[in-house]
Design a protein. Structure first.
Length: 367
């Protein structure tokens, strides 16, 4: 009986609590297959991710580079070189740097950036400064003049100046950047001269009294509101501002005397009445060397350098549509309007051929 029970138990079907050996083998096989499949899927997933990264990386770089270039284009960017005249592709270049408008930001920065580009281009053999400006701020005029001095010293290249409609005051100041050996050309109808310094100021104290308006600024010293238009200038005010004007004026005199052969400081002071001179008068007084046009200045520089073939290039700065859009928003911004109003009261010493504040048209032309 015991043997029969043992035999029956050996042939009994597997219970739910104890799986058979076949079942265990099948489960193990399924798990093994699943493990192999899982491992294969994981390797496939890693390969897909790796391929995706390898594909996405250059695409991302390309897209970001494209966005950067688009940003540069829409922002306007810095100056860019364009063909002016002569033989394109010639080994030697002459660079024409234009100064058009009132010499103040942002024009100053653009001109300095152009001179930097000229200096970095080793194929440029000479620079032509094309001026059409009534002048501008004292500091900005000197910055451009000083940069031209640096350019001549560091490259050894000559600088020639051509004046078109106007090159007065600060325009004449930067023209002296051509140095003692540089030639200065003026067109037959050019106005130049206006040697001097001006700080525009209005006295509206009488008008304020008439309408009962008083000005009582809170200040730490008697000269803190020195150019307050709601009060008359005191003798101390005049003494202080005369010293400031004289310093800038003496520098102007020295720059011309240093860079115009045949003109000493005493003679320059005789000419420095603030008068505007015609091209012929300027030639007679030694402020310019020749009456001629831009092409004459280029030809003379080309001849002086002994260049038979040359490419003449110039530089352009165009505002992008984002700049124009932002300018429209800023013009309507109350804070920006307040800032502009406050700026009208900031003292500015100018090498400028104007008796008052700068005309709006000239301000716009420098933007």
């Amino acid at each position: 009986m015991a043997e029969e029970r043992t035999e029956q138990e050996s042939h009994a079907p597997p219970s739910a609590d104890r799986p058979s050996d076949a079942t265990v083998s099948e489960v193990g096989g399924v798990r093994g297959v699943r493990g192999v499949r899982s491992s294969s899927c994981w390797r496939l997933f890693c390969r897909v991710v790796l391929i995706g990264v390898l594909v996405a990386l250059p695409v991302s770089v390309g897209v970001n580079w494209g966005q950067y270039r688009l940003w540069q284009a829409t922002r306007g960017g810095g100056p860019r070189e364009v063909h002016h005249s002569g033989q394109e592709g010639a080994e030697a270049k002459l660079a024409v740097v234009p100064i058009q408008g009132v010499i103040m930001p942002p024009l100053t920065g653009r001109v300095l950036a152009m001179i930097d580009m000229v200096e970095e281009d080793e194929s440029v053999r000479g620079l032509v400064l094309a001026i059409d400006s009534p002048g501008g701020l004292v500091a900005d005029s000197h910055q451009i003049y000083h940069r031209l001095e640096q350019y001549r010293a560091e490259t050894g290249n000559p600088v020639t100046v051509t004046m078109s409609r106007m090159a007065t005051s600060g325009g004449l100041y930067v023209a002296m950047g051509s140095g003692p050996t540089g030639r200065v050309y003026a067109e037959p109808t050019t106005w130049t001269g206006s040697i001097g310094v001006i700080i525009p100021r209005y006295d509206v104290s009488g008008l304020a009294d008439r309408f009962g308006v008083t000005s009582e600024p809170l200040k730490t010293g008697p000269l803190k509101d020195s150019l307050n238009p709601f009060r008359e200038l005191s003798e101390e005010d005049r003494r202080v501002w005369k010293g400031i004007l004289d310093d800038a004026f003496d520098r102007f005199i020295g720059v011309i005397a240093e860079n115009r052969p045949g003109l000493d400081a005493a003679r320059v002071r005789e000419l420095a009445t603030g008068q505007i001179y015609t091209a012929n008068q300027a030639l007679e007084h030694g402020l310019v060397d020749s009456i001629g046009y831009e092409e004459d200045a280029i030809d003379s520089l080309k001849t002086a350098l002994g260049l038979e073939t040359v490419q003449v290039v110039t530089y352009r700065v165009r505002p992008g549509w984002i700049d124009l859009l932002l300018d429209q928003f800023e013009s309507r911004d109350p804070d920006r309007q307040l800032a502009r109003w406050l700026e009208t009261g900031v003292p500015r010493s100018m090498y400028l051929s104007s008796w008052g504040t700068m005309p709006r048209a000239l301000l716009d032309s420098s933007r």
